[in-house]
Write a protein that binds this ligand. Structure first.
Ligand code: TRP
Length: 403
């Protein structure tokens, strides 16, 4: 089993004939992901235009991540929306495996989660799996993954979540509260199920074998703490689906809870040729703590869909569809569809050359990272308003008990 951020080295050829050759598991994402195929393989549902219209009815708009199918697949989203329309509120659940710094790819689901929190007035429960990352790493100590969880929480706070509605915990810091629920999940999950869902082997450590019960337990945590059932919606990248499909949704009815609903996102590509943004290839990932100079360099050195020469580019046009630079506009740096189309048309029509396109992206990316970094710095004063732990008790924040 490999760590989540370890992209394989052999995902380099975008034009590979073997484009079906990809792997998506909670710990490995390799190759050119065929997102349509994943929907069929995992048995999820596509986010249809019907669902988008329901979003428009409720929120008055359709977020660019939805319009652009960055969040493109779901389970039971229609059910969650129906309940919401009937006055039943849901809570949001997402998380992070704190194995290193946060990059732009990690922010995509968080930005969308914050948007959902604002629009639906939903509480967010955010799980930092310091235990998981300790289990899957040869190098990280448990103290280190805990410290990284606190560092990563600064990035989370920087996104703008409402402290009154947001509860962040680490597994090691909240296990007394979580354990009873995890035990119930574990009791109803056999090893053969876990093996089939996650590919565990005899050589897998027993910490990892139990871990899915912990990740699934959060789906039920608010219902247990509050004493009544609350529907759960999980916005997360699609690689996390096995936890919900294989464990949480299986045990929910046995334990008397709602099955958690999901919205699945695609991965933001890295700046190299093919593959998702990955911490194991830092030159192709933009971290929230990168300096202006580093951001500039990374963007300017990016792979593009450009042609070998300017003359050729003007004649044939660039290949925006396979270009990470274009994809950055698509994901994060050009929310206006009309402007995005202009970039696409100018590129593929041979009027926009890669150098200029990269310069424009570099300046937008630098601005984004600088603004995020300032908010991240300010967040250091507010950590205790977000973190819940066993010592503070239930849903009390650290700030309520530590004076
Ligand atoms: N396992 C996830 C990771 O490695 C962390 C996580 C825990 C998570 N709970 C989650 C991610 C819920 C998304 C949704 O990153």
């Amino acid at each position: 089993m490999r760590k989540d951020d370890e992209n394989s080295k052999d995902d380099e050829n975008l034009d590979s004939k073997n484009s079906d050759d990809f792997v998506v598991t909670p710990w490995t994402v390799q190759g050119q992901v065929d997102y349509d195929k994943l929907v069929d393989e995992f048995g999820t549902s596509r986010i249809t235009s019907d669902i988008l219209e329901r979003f428009r009815k409720i929120t008055g708009e359709i977020h660019p991540f939805l319009r652009r199918k960055i969040f493109y697949s779901h389970r039971d989203l229609d059910d969650i929306l129906k309940r919401y329309e009937n006055g039943e509120k849901f809570f949001l659940y997402t998380g992070r495996g704190p194995s290193g710094g946060v990059h732009l790819g990690h922010l995509i689901p968080w930005i969308f989660t914050k948007y959902l929190q604002d629009k639906f007035g939903a509480e967010l429960y955010f799980q930092m799996t310091d235990d998981e990352k300790y289990y899957t790493s040869d190098k990280l100590s448990l103290d280190k993954t805990y410290d990284l969880a606190m560092e990563n929480t600064l990035d989370l706070i920087a996104i703008g979540f409402d402290p009154k509605k947001t509860f962040v915990f680490t597994d090691t810091g909240y296990m007394k509260t979580m354990y009873g629920i995890a035990a119930k999940v574990a009791k109803h999950t056999t090893f053969s199920t876990a093996k089939a869902v996650f590919g565990f082997e005899n050589s897998t450590g027993i910490g990892m074998i139990f871990f899915p019960a912990i990740q699934a337990a959060t789906c039920f945590l608010p219902s247990v703490l509050k004493g009544y059932n609350i529907p759960c919606l999980i916005p997360a990248a699609i690689d996390q689906d096995p936890y919900w499909r294989g464990i949480a949704r299986e045990v929910a009815p046995k334990l008397g809870f709602y099955k958690p609903a999901q919205m699945h996102s695609k991965f933001m590509p890295g700046l190299g040729q093919g593959g998702k943004m990955s911490a194991s290839q830092p030159e192709t990932a933009i971290f929230t703590t990168d300096s202006e100079k580093t951001v500039q360099e990374k963007v300017m050195l990016s792979f593009t869909g450009g042609r070998a020469t300017q003359i050729e580019q003007r004649k044939l046009g660039g290949q925006a569809d396979i270009c990470p630079v274009y994809n950055y506009y698509y994901f994060l740096f050009e929310p206006e569809d009309i402007e995005l189309k202009r970039i696409y048309d100018d590129c593929t029509g041979g009027r926009l050359l890669c150098g200029d396109c990269k310069l424009m992206l570099a300046s937008r990316t630098k601005k984004f990272v600088a603004e995020h970094a300032a908010k991240r710095e300010a967040a250091k004063e507010h950590l205790d308003e977000f973190i819940v732990e066993d010592e503070s008790g239930g849903l009390k924040k650290r700030s309520e008990t530590r004076h």
